[in-house]
Design a protein around this ligand. Structure first.
Ligand SMILES: Cc1cc2nc3c(=O)[nH]c(=O)nc-3n(C[C@H](O)[C@H](O)[C@H](O)COP(=O)(O)O)c2cc1C
Length: 212
């Protein structure tokens, strides 16, 4: 198979995809077809990984009882996070919606197998955390692939990770990384919701371009 040539038109659309990919917290409740979900997982698994270890583990959370427990986990963590804010920040924080757990039709917890036999340890001798970084790349690939098909992903990290792992009864060697809400977004935007709500704003890329 010959390598594809990516046309200027495709490159411009890809740039739009990066611009319009959002963290989604407001979902429609209609489900994403199973074939599309399976395709997203397939694409996520094309992500790079240290030593080709493919340490990502995607756990679909369908059981209502487990979802309720995760929802309670989020509520406790979010209350604790709110109490850690003060003054104006606390008032603003209280107005933010920081998870789509009540509406998203699909929920996926992502773990990293931190010591996988796959990859035979290549590349992670000096930096064992590279397995985690690899799994994060798979999440980002999933996120972009979903956005390309008009499907929203919302990353929930306001959770107690040990409790989440216990709720989902996974291998004790797996590290909890993310809880993803997945579904069709209620709205599209080219600007982060936190920016639109006045919590924080993006900066020009040149601010992180450092010369030595
Ligand atoms: C590691 C990570 C954890 C995040 N955790 C949360 C979260 O718990 N709740 C939330 O509402 N958004 C969460 N986000 C989404 C960010 O707030 C969002 O990416 C950021 O505001 C930029 O918006 P955008 O993704 O729409 O560009 C998380 C994003 C990342 C990468």
């Amino acid at each position: 198979m010959s390598a594809p040539h990516f046309s200027p038109g495709f490159q411009a659309e890809l740039q739009q995809l990066f611009t319009w990919r959002r963290d989604v917290r407001h979902f429609r409740t209609d489900p994403v077809p199973e074939t599309i979900l399976a395709g997203l997982l397939h694409t996520a698994c094309l992500a790079p990984s240290v030593g080709l270890s493919e340490p990502w583990r995607f756990v679909r959370v369908d059981a209502p009882s487990r979802r309720v427990t995760i929802r309670a986990n989020f509520a406790r963590a979010n209350t604790a996070a709110l109490s850690g804010q003060s003054g104006d920040n606390a008032q603003r924080y209280a107005t933010l919606k920081l998870a789509g757990l009540d509406d998203a039709p699909h929920q996926i917890a992502v773990f990293c197998d931190t010591d996988p036999s796959q990859g035979r340890g290549l590349g992670r001798g000096t930096m064992p955390e590279t397995t985690v970084w690899s799994a994060i790349m798979a999440i980002h690939t999933f996120w972009l692939a979903a956005a390309a098909q008009g499907i929203g992903v919302g990353w929930v990290s306001i959770l107690d990770p040990a409790e989440a792992a216990s709720t989902l009864c996974v291998n004790p060697n797996w590290r909890f990384l993310a809880y993803l809400c997945v579904g069709y977004p209620q709205e599209q935007a080219d600007t982060p919701e936190l920016e639109r709500k006045g919590w924080e704003h993006r900066n020009p890329a040149r601010r992180v371009w450092i010369n030595r």
